[in-house]
Design a protein around this ligand. Structure first.
Ligand code: 9PG
Length: 612
């Protein structure tokens, strides 16, 4: 049943994709609730609209995997089997601000997919019933699965919105695909994000698949950086056999060198910290450029820490809550706990944001800008000039990413991070699609409170695999960094290899945070050489990793051309599977035969070639 204030229409999909485009139009003027249920559709009806062949099990809500794609970059992005839930953060409940839309949780037990999701048959046929919100300017959609009743609820995020009679509220595509690869092709055709991808071309090689690569400063020293340390790494990057030199620089590929959090005075005060960077940012960017690298810089433009001068200098620029106090849009122990956000409806704030980008790109020379914590721009607060939250976010991100070239004519790229995915894909086609990685498999404290967006190598890889359908379709997926180092390293060699392979096979950027200056000529060199050889072998393969029924974190890998197969086991236990391969054809081998089957080691990837 469609909400009585709406009329639903059905049209064919763009790009010749079989399936249907559903649109919901207002029949009267009205103000919807923040979480607006457009309708709760029976799955058989949606399956028919999607063109699902008879007998296909993808619409069987009791058995299918549900790709419960989370709201923003760090939210969980993986498939759920029947009975599984993403769950919420316990005790430190403010951390839910990092994972969820800023709305009261709905307690009806449904699993949710934001922007895009699917149901995938668990019976081996592999059929997929996919859905996606197609227009980033309309209210963001959440697809809410009721497995018992066999329905899919369509909920629009309408905070602050009002509709006039005849206006379109939301649009979504529904289509069937026989397998992962076709589903991704169709998603790409339906989303039509090609113009956005074209702006990233300078980060790659002409005529080849775009896989941007580079160094960034976060995942080793974290915010404890200074000009000396950064320059030492810059000096060393082309001087030894580190991953970036081997895979990017020596091969003449464009390479990013990005300074992360720690260069600024505080979050919300985007002037350089002079004691840490006494030479200033322009000199640093010039040195990076002189080395033939693309200078990059991190910023969290919408976020304001309580110690930022802007809090007292421009109190009217700070987003307020219903009681008129600065709204709490996030919580971070390292930022004195509660932090705040800019009021993006204040015209001067938008000018200020554009000026920040101007300064970083034109005055300093950084042209790979990592824009982080962007979800702060979609908070449901007391915006001073009320409007639909999704429009407020879109307008601000539009201003932030307006600059496409520096004064000197050099192209500028933006990496989205901590960003609501569906609202960002055209403006921020290069996007972090998972939680932060970590130099350890997982973090106990944040795991105990069930923070799905926690920094964790394990969670990060689940996201990378889970969001692979978006790679090349909605985004150039940034999986976060890979590690080759031996110092300050809590991952085993096999775990590092797992991170390196999962990131490379199922996403499209290779970032690296190890200190080139501290390159270890023994172990790190040998490990790096092995990773580079694997990358060269695997580069042409288009691969999928799909959950195996009855296992929790075990995935079957297949390549589109069927030349390669494998298993990713992200669980803590060896997995015994009823399949066998010829060990002499293994590319990476963490398996041993057992009876007629094979045991795959915990926390490992095994890949093998198939006979032609
Ligand atoms: C800099 C970092 C890095 C990193 C970003 C982002 O949920 N959390 O507690 C959480 C903590 C840190 C975080 C994301 C989420 O990291 O993803 O790459 O730039 O900011 O502060």
């Amino acid at each position: 049943m469609t909400d009585p204030r709406l009329e639903r229409s059905v049209r064919p999909l763009p790009g010749g994709v079989p399936g249907s485009l559903l649109a919901w139009k207002a029949l009267e003027d009205f103000e919807p609730p923040a979480a607006f249920d457009l309708e709760d559709a029976p799955l058989p009806e949606l399956a028919a609209l999607a063109g699902t062949p008879p007998g296909d099990a993808s619409a069987d809500a009791r058995t299918a995997f549900f790709w419960a794609n989370g709201w923003q970059s760090w939210s969980p992005g993986w498939e759920l089997a029947p009975g599984e839930r993403h769950g919420r953060v316990r005790l430190v409940t403010k951390l839910n601000l990092y994972n969820e839309r800023h709305l009261p949780p709905r307690r009806d037990g449904r699993a949710e997919a934001c922007f895009s999701g699917w149901l995938r048959a668990a019976d081996g046929s592999g059929g997929i019933l996919a859905f996606a919100a197609t227009d980033p300017d309309l209210a963001p959609l959440t697809f809410r699965l009721d497995r018992k009743r066999g329905t899919l609820g369509l909920e629009a995020f309408c905070a602050g919105a009002r509709y006039a009679k005849g206006e379109t509220v939301a649009e979504a595509a529904f289509f069937h695909a026989p397998d992962f690869f076709v589903a991704r092709d169709r998603l790409k055709a339906v989303l039509g994000n090609g113009a956005a991808f074209a702006k990233l071309e300078f980060l790659g090689e002409k005529g080849k698949r775009l896989v941007p690569g580079g160094w960034e400063s976060w995942y080793n020293h974290y915010s404890d950086i200074d000009g000396r340390l950064i320059r030492a790494d810059l000096e060393a990057i082309a001087a030894n056999d580190n991953l970036l030199n081997e895979y990017y620089l020596r091969r003449g590929k464009p390479t990013v060198f990005q300074v992360d959090d720690g260069w600024q005075r505080t979050v919300g005060d985007w002037r350089p910290n002079d004691s840490r960077f006494p030479g200033g940012m322009a000199a640093l960017a010039a040195d990076i450029e002189a080395k033939g690298l693309i200078p990059g810089l991190w910023m969290a433009p919408f976020a304001v820490r309580s110690n930022a001068p802007i809090m007292t200098e421009h109190p009217d620029w700070i987003l307020k809550d219903a009681r008129g106090r600065p709204a709490v849009v996030g919580w971070q122990p390292a930022w004195d706990g509660d932090w705040h956000g800019l009021d993006l409806t204040v015209p001067e704030v938008l000018d200020y944001l554009e000026a920040l980008i101007e300064t970083a790109a034109n005055d300093w020379g950084f042209r790979y800008l990592k824009l982080d914590f962007l979800f702060a721009g979609a908070h449901v607060g007391a915006w001073s000039r009320p409007d639909a939250v999704h429009r407020i976010y879109r307008r601000a991100v539009g201003r932030l990413t307006r600059l496409e070239r520096t004064h000197s004519g050099k192209p500028v790229a933006y990496l989205g991070c901590g960003a609501p995915l569906g609202l960002s894909r055209d403006r921020l086609p290069l996007m972090r699609i998972g939680a932060d990685t970590l130099e350890r498999w997982d973090d106990l404290q944040t795991r105990l409170v069930n923070h799905a967006g926690r920094p964790s190598a394990w969670v990060n890889m689940k996201d990378t695999i889970g969001r692979a359908p978006l790679d090349g379709a909605a985004f150039v997926n940034d999986p976060d960094v890979v590690f080759c180092r031996t110092e300050n390293m809590g991952l085993t060699e096999t775990e590092k290899e797992t991170v390196a392979l999962v990131s490379f096979l199922f996403a499209s950027q290779v970032m690296f945070s190890d200190d080139p200056e501290a390159f270890d000529e023994a172990e790190e060199k040998a490990f790096t050489a092995r990773v580079v050889a694997l990358y060269d072998r695997l580069a042409p393969a288009e691969c999928a990793a799909l959950r195996i029924p009855d296992f929790r974190d075990v995935y079957r890998v297949s390549s589109r051309d069927r030349s390669m197969d494998g298993v990713v086991n992200l669980s803590d236990r060896a997995a015994v599977l009823p399949l066998a391969f010829d060990p002499s054809r293994a590319l990476v081998d963490h398996a041993r035969p057992l009876g007629g089957g094979t045991t795959f080691e915990a926390r490992s990837v095994t890949l093998w070639e198939n006979p032609a």
